[in-house]
Design a protein around this ligand. Structure first.
Ligand SMILES: *Cc1c(COP(=O)(O)O)cnc(C)c1O
Length: 404
């Protein structure tokens, strides 16, 4: 049974005060909070297993290696990848996208086309622009509508035999829109293009099945799903990971090194140069276990309830406009008060202990579409409550009074 008060006891930070008020943490789309199960696992690692992995014959090194590889297997099972070596540890979503974009440099040529969406985070735009500058493919953009949804008819028109790669996020971090990725993957595959899905914002809310999706690449960050910062995964189909060249050179990713020639290690090590975030990799598995134990269906149901409650309450405030109104969305509300800068609203909310994000949310093209400098973004997680939403609504009303 889902009991939010019990769940909140797992998160020590939720009982602290900010500016003399109980913390209301609504910046979950930027990073999630950490349950004590994960905090304890971090302490356990440094207290008992800290050693470099894959190298030592000594016991500590072997124990750390076993835990790291067990976590990779936990992550494989969570995403339902076919093989454990299809899970590459990265430093996060940004790293995973750069790894793939760099790899495609050697596979693309002038005249090839790659497709992005209007709803992307900068980290799923800039690496591809850098790729285009290096290698010469053309970048095309799936446009969006006023509700913050992608225009699928336009996507059909962009696809051709020249399309080599399509990369979109599963869920928009700025608006919360859930994109029709099943449809996008099917259509892209029909013209022979590969698909990368940025799952940074979906993985906190849903459990993706990469085999069922038939997706070629899927990337995520641990810190948005109850894990630590500086660790994430790239899932890639084995055939693609074999085809892509290594990203960084260094230790761990080699089979043999001489000054004449170096041969590379097998998957997944080919893409894991240098000493990784060992503790982070291990406790990423702990975070996934924690979320699965609560259950992604229960999480999605509860967060939907929060989303609808907050949407209704916020819309009662005159002059408040919500950006991103697709019926297909997760618990993210981006909004503005008429004539008031989002930064000012955020500052007043902070004085009341309410943490929201203000600004362009690393998605400037979306803000340009709406012709606004940014929004106030409240993003809810399964440990938030309706009482906290009431506090937000009161805070926004107060901000409006003070600023108009
Ligand atoms: C947070 C986020 C990213 C970037 O993730 P990092 O952990 O900073 O690498 C990329 N895309 C989306 C949709 C995000 O929400």
């Amino acid at each position: 049974m889902f009991n939010v008060q019990d769940i909140r006891k797992d998160f020590p930070i939720l009982s602290r005060k900010v500016n003399g008020k109980p913390l209301v943490y609504f910046d979950n789309a930027a990073t999630s909070q950490t349950p004590k199960q994960v905090i304890d696992a971090i302490a356990d690692y440094y207290s008992n297993y800290n050693a470099n992995i894959h190298r030592g014959v000594h016991t500590l090194s072997q124990e750390a290696t076993d835990l790291y590889e067990q976590s990779r297997e936990t992550i494989r099972a969570h995403f339902n990848a076919k093989f454990t070596h299809e899970i590459i540890f990265t430093s996060g979503t940004t790293h995973g996208i750069n790894l793939v974009a760099n790899g495609f440099s050697s596979l693309l040529k002038q005249g090839d086309e790659i497709i992005v969406s209007a709803l992307e985070h900068h980290s799923n735009i800039v690496p591809w622009q850098m790729l285009c500058e290096r290698t010469g493919p053309v970048l095309k953009v799936i446009p969006m509508n006023e509700e913050g949804e992608l225009l699928m008819d336009e996507f059909d028109n962009l696809l051709s035999k020249n399309t080599k790669l399509v990369f979109v996020n599963h869920i928009s971090n700025a608006l919360g829109t859930i994109n029709p990725i099943e449809h996008i993957i099917e259509k892209a595959h029909a013209v022979g293009a590969a698909v990368l899905i940025d799952g940074a914002q979906s993985c906190p809310h849903i459990k993706p099945d990469v085999q069922k999706l038939d997706v070629d690449f899927y990337v995520a960050s641990a810190h948005k799903m109850c894990g630590p910062t500086g660790v994430g995964i790239l899932y890639g189909k084995e055939e693609w990971l074999k085809k892509l060249p290594p990203y960084q050179g260094g230790g761990e990713m080699i089979a043999e090194v001489t000054f004449e020639k170096t041969t590379y290690a097998d998957l997944p090590h080919k893409f894991e140069a240098g000493t990784p975030n060992i503790c982070g990799g291990i406790v990423f598995g702990t975070a996934i276990d924690y979320m699965n134990q609560i259950g992604f269906d229960a999480i999605a149901n509860y967060e939907n309830e929060l989303l609808h409650y907050a949407t209704e309450k916020l819309l009662e405030i005159e002059g408040l406009k919500i950006y991103g109104t697709s019926p297909q969305k997760t618990s993210v509300i981006s909004f503005n008060l008429e004539g008031i800068h989002p930064y000012d609203v955020g500052t007043i909310l902070d004085k009341m202990g309410i943490a929201v994000r203000t600004g362009h949310h690393c998605a400037q093209p979306i803000m340009d579409f709406y012709k606004i400098p940014g929004t106030v973004r409240a993003s809810f997680a399964f440990y938030n409550t309706k009482e906290e939403i009431d506090a937000l609504v009161e805070g926004v009303k107060k901000a409006k009074m003070m600023l108009s």
